[in-house]
Design a protein around this ligand. Structure first.
Ligand code: GTP
Ligand code: SAM
Ligand code: SF4
Ligand code: SF4
Length: 347
């Protein structure tokens, strides 16, 4: 249950670490810079007739920079840029440069479908990007077209090889779906065995009111790991120090890369959740699964309300961040857990 915002006390220190009512430290922001995408992935935004945000409702790069500046005063040390497809937004590379110029210490990450990466990899490297999370749910060209609605498998596959040539660290995100890509486990394992990259299988989540998700399509992490162990020997990666996120990673004995699982459906990691999300129209979403959002854009655009006000709203909202698995449990096993679609949240 959430508390009304006005009852939450906010300390007035200039730089502070955010901790929520469950004792979770918040130090990671996922900033979605667009709801637009050149793919139509069936698990994310397959529905026809999607309404896109008008441009004037999307945060400008200046407003995003202001948000990142405010986040850095709250000891947010990691910012992931996502979308929609972030590379679809004009002057995105220049925006990345501006972020790193202003915040050289920031751990800045990107999640992309890699369709538009071709030719940009040397520039990314020069800007100081060390790695990319790339979505790829199949190693088969025809199936790629069936899942994403577009025939862009070859450019994506090429971009992954080019990233590796340039020494960028690659994590491949595979949405694990029974009846769709569960016949490709061995092929993905071979990819991680032969290349120095991570392949992470994400359990299919029922996000978006028109989701095509069905419970019988969830290919669980437990099943994936059991099946993987029939193909290769796996050694759990034990995290030294603080937990780095929801993925559980495994080395492939004798291989170059690793495989991992992200299990939002079967073994929730909400107790360690350290993240906030900002939607492209500047709404703070404190949990992926909760449609409760806090409108930051009017504050950013106000001539009267300043940075301190923005900080306070973020701190107050962060304080009452929900436990997403409780929302999922309350929703039952049939429908979607939240109304907004993934491409409008950022994953
Ligand atoms: N339910 C839930 N799913 C998440 C959360 N974070 C990530 N995921 C899922 O995992 C996917 C992969 O996330 P990425 O964008 O690659 O980011 P990440 O897992 O934080 O990546 P790293 O920081 O590299 O570990 C997301 O798109 C979501 O589908 C979370 O907080 N809650
Ligand atoms: C919304 S996309 C945005 C970034 C970029 N367009 C991409 O695909 O990497 C971020 C991540 O969300 C994941 N995702 C989208 N819908 C999902 C769902 N229903 N269940 C699990 N993961 C999902 C995608 O696989 C992707 O890795
Ligand atoms: S998962 Fe990414 S690439 Fe696929 S439709 Fe969603 S936003 Fe686009
Ligand atoms: S479901 Fe919500 S609380 Fe749980 S890990 Fe995801 S964002 Fe965090």
């Amino acid at each position: 249950m959430t508390q009304p915002l006005e009852r939450v006390r906010v300390p007035s220190a200039q730089s502070e670490t955010m901790t929520d009512q469950h004792g979770r430290s918040i130090n990671y922001l996922r900033l979605s810079i667009t709801d637009r995408c050149n793919l139509r992935c069936l698990y994310c935004r397959s529905c026809e007739g999607l309404k896109m945000l008008p441009h004037d409702q999307m945060l400008s790069y200046e407003e995003c920079l202001e948000l990142i500046a405010v986040a850095s005063t709250l000891n947010i040390s990691k910012v992931r840029l996502t979308g929609g497809e972030p590379f679809i937004r004009k002057n995105f590379l220049h925006f990345l440069e501006r972020i790193l110029d202003a915040h050289p210490q920031l751990d800045m990450r990107l999640t992309t479908n890699a369709t538009l990466l071709g030719g940009k990899i040397p520039a990314l490297k020069k800007i100081g990007i060390k790695g990319l999370n790339i979505s790829l749910d199949t190693l088969d060209r025809a199936k790629f077209q069936r899942i994403t609605g577009r025939d862009f498998f070859l450019p994506v596959r090429g971009a992954i090889d080019q990233c590796l040539d340039y020494g960028l660290r690659i994590k491949i995100n595979v949405v694990a779906m029974k009846g769709i890509n569960d016949d490709e486990l061995a092929a993905f394992i071979r990819l991680a065995e032969n290349q120095p990259l991570d392949v992470r299988f994400i359990e299919f989540m029922p996000v978006g009111e028109k989701t095509v998700w069905r419970p019988d399509q969830v290919w669980t992490s437990r099943e994936i790991l059991q099946q993987a162990q029939e193909v290769v020997q796996l050694k759990p990666v034990t995290e030294s120090g603080k937990r780095n996120g929801p993925a559980r990673m495994f080395e492939i004995v004798g291989g170059k890369g690793r495989i991992g699982v992200i299990s939002p459906m079967s073994s929730h990691f909400c107790g360690q959740c350290n993240r906030l999300r900002i939607t492209p129209d500047g709404r703070l979403r404190t949990c992926l699964f909760s449609d409760k959002e806090y409108r930051l854009r009017p504050i950013l655009r106000s001539s009267k309300l300043g940075r301190e006000h923005l900080r306070r709203v973020i701190i107050r909202a962060g304080k009452i961040k929900p436990m997403g698995h409780e929302i999922l449990a309350a929703q039952g096993r049939q429908g979607s857990v939240c109304r907004k679609i993934m491409s409008a949240i950022g994953g």
